[in-house]
Design a binder for this molecule. Structure first.
Ligand SMILES: NC(=O)c1ccc[n+]([C@@H]2O[C@H](COP(=O)([O-])OP(=O)(O)OC[C@H]3O[C@@H](n4cnc5c(N)ncnc54)[C@H](O)[C@@H]3O)[C@@H](O)[C@H]2O)c1
Length: 283
């Protein structure tokens, strides 16, 4: 069992939803928590909750846009300078956009891949070499059920999360080539209640939404909101499952067990070279 007490955790997207809960789970374990997010009031609220619940714990906030490789590198350098090392990195920041794939704009692709895919890549690029040098660490990447099975209306999100699955599995394999004790965990939740359906709130103006609000897009937007709001597992429970996986050194984490059945059903469809697998068909 990995000891986390007294060590430092970095949580991207720590100003809301799952990131806030990950921060709380780390603080409860006696970790110093470093939040990184574009949402400064959100981080202030997370820090308030952490210090309210875990008196004496250290929780600091860094404004950071994870889609900028230079900003993430500068952030890693600053954190290393300040704390002398970190043990846990949660590449968790994420955004979502809906609509039929042919209606997505170039800005939609830039924005969602910038945060969900490149944000994770830049986190690995900046932190893993430093973890290798210190000889230990653990990286948790937040993917999604959408990284494994595809629902309609979320092409960019699905593509970004499938890429996070690929990136994270490859990271774990690549780390076998180095002499350092670095764990990797791939977190793949299905829907759970957070403000993710309001991702536009943090969209940069230079990548503004100009796609048409077509009937299909409106329908998919409503479906996403409904699915997120009615998610049956709380963000706090998912965060706790992630921390338990870190402590146990587990790679795959599927908080919603039914997703594993869907992954198996999709594999069956692939093996049979059948028609495209419809994730929502059984509903
Ligand atoms: N809520 C769900 O149903 C669900 C399901 C599966 C996976 N996820 C994943 O969980 C993770 C957390 O999402 P959430 O549901 O807590 O949503 P959320 O909107 O509550 O949190 C996302 C956080 O990411 C931050 N963020 C957005 N752009 C950023 C940027 N450029 N740089 C830094 N931070 C940025 C936001 O400010 C926000 O604090 C995401 O990766 C998401 O894709 C969510």
């Amino acid at each position: 069992m990995v000891k986390l007490k007294g060590r430092v955790a970095v949580v991207t997207g720590g100003g809301s939803g799952l990131g806030r809960e990950l921060a709380l789970c780390c603080a409860r374990r006696g970790m110093t928590v470093v939040l990184a997010d574009v949402d400064e009031p959100g981080m202030a609220e997370t820090a308030r909750l952490v210090t309210e619940e875990c008196a004496g714990s250290d929780c600091v906030a860094y404004p950071l846009d994870v889609s900028s490789a230079d900003a993430v590198e500068a952030f890693a350098a600053a954190v290393w300078d300040r704390f002398g090392g970190i043990h846990l990195l949660f590449n968790n920041a994420g955004v979502a956009v809906n609509g039929p794939v042919w209606e997505h704009t170039v800005a939609d692709w830039e924005w969602v891949l910038g945060v969900n895919l490149r944000g994770v890549a830049w986190g690995i690029r900046a932190f893993v070499p430093r973890m290798i040098a210190q000889g230990e660490g653990h990286v948790v990447n937040t993917a999604s059920a959408a990284g494994w099975v595809n629902a309609p209306g979320s092409a960019i999100y699905n593509a970004s999360k499938a890429s996070v699955v690929a990136l994270t599995e490859t990271l774990a394999l690549d780390l076998r080539d180095v002499d350092a004790d670095i764990g990797v965990t791939l977190l793949s939740p299905a829907f759970f209640p957070t403000p993710i359906a309001e991702s536009e709130r943090n969209r940069p103006p230079e990548l503004a939404d100009t796609a048409p609000m077509s009937e299909i897009r409106r329908k998919r937007d409503q479906e996403l909101r409904h699915a997120v709001q009615h998610g049956r597992i709380a963000a706090g429970t998912i965060a706790e499952r992630a921390l338990e996986a870190v402590e146990a050194g587990r790679f795959y984490v599927f908080p919603h067990a039914k997703i594993k059945d869907l992954v198996g059903a999709r594999a069956d469809a692939v093996a049979a070279e059948a028609d495209v697998f419809d994730t929502l068909a059984g509903r």
